[in-house]
Design a protein around this ligand. Sequence first.
Ligand SMILES: Cc1cc2nc3c(=O)[nH]c(=O)nc-3n(C[C@H](O)[C@H](O)[C@H](O)COP(=O)(O)O)c2cc1C
Length: 193
Amino acid sequence: MMHIISGTDRADSNTLKVSKYIQSLYKNLGVDVEIVDLREVRKELAGGPHYGKDQPLSLQKEINKISHSDGLIVVCPEYNGSMPGILKYYIDHFKFPESFEYRPVCFVGLGGMFGGVRPVEHLQQVFGYRNAFIYPQRVFLMNIHKTMTDGGLNDSTMCELLKAQAEGFQRFAMALKVAGLDANSWIAKKAAK
Ligand SMILES: Cc1cc2nc3c(=O)[nH]c(=O)nc-3n(C[C@H](O)[C@H](O)[C@H](O)COP(=O)(O)O)c2cc1C
């Protein structure tokens, strides 16, 4: 199972709408993908901080999805030149190192004229620092306030880019698994030592 992290807790967010669209692209490819909606996870994070080991069971359930995922698709809006605080706070609750190490991850940004390139590059630093496998083809959804109309993404180029990313990323994650280089193989090897 792969996971889309919808990277904000803002009500009626474009990020969640884009996440649902991306989920439908994976479904068309026959790939099961669950959305992690930070508006929901926020409820589990609220009583925190719960860094490290003493996390309530309900939060552990959310965090365990990440440390068992076949691949993460992070959809991130730009807030004040970076990622939303809730997203970094959530990432800081991930199990270390198993959530990150060798985990396939790809990124979609959304924002104004730069389409979220700044938060995506911050995220690449974070996941790169923690040894994730970063899929190189990123997608930036520019001028999202104009392209997101009637709840849908009305820009054929952007839709094509997302489709190409979904096709490529699921093959990327599968190739890592076949080669025994995926995160879950890494965890199994570590446990066997
Ligand atoms: C708090 C806040 C800060 C923002 N800062 C930026 C910014 O620095 N650069 C940018 O291009 N867009 C910025 N925007 C515009 C958002 O990227 C755009 O509205 C996008 O739809 C937000 O995603 P959301 O609808 O999922 O919250 C900001 C929006 C919000 C709510």
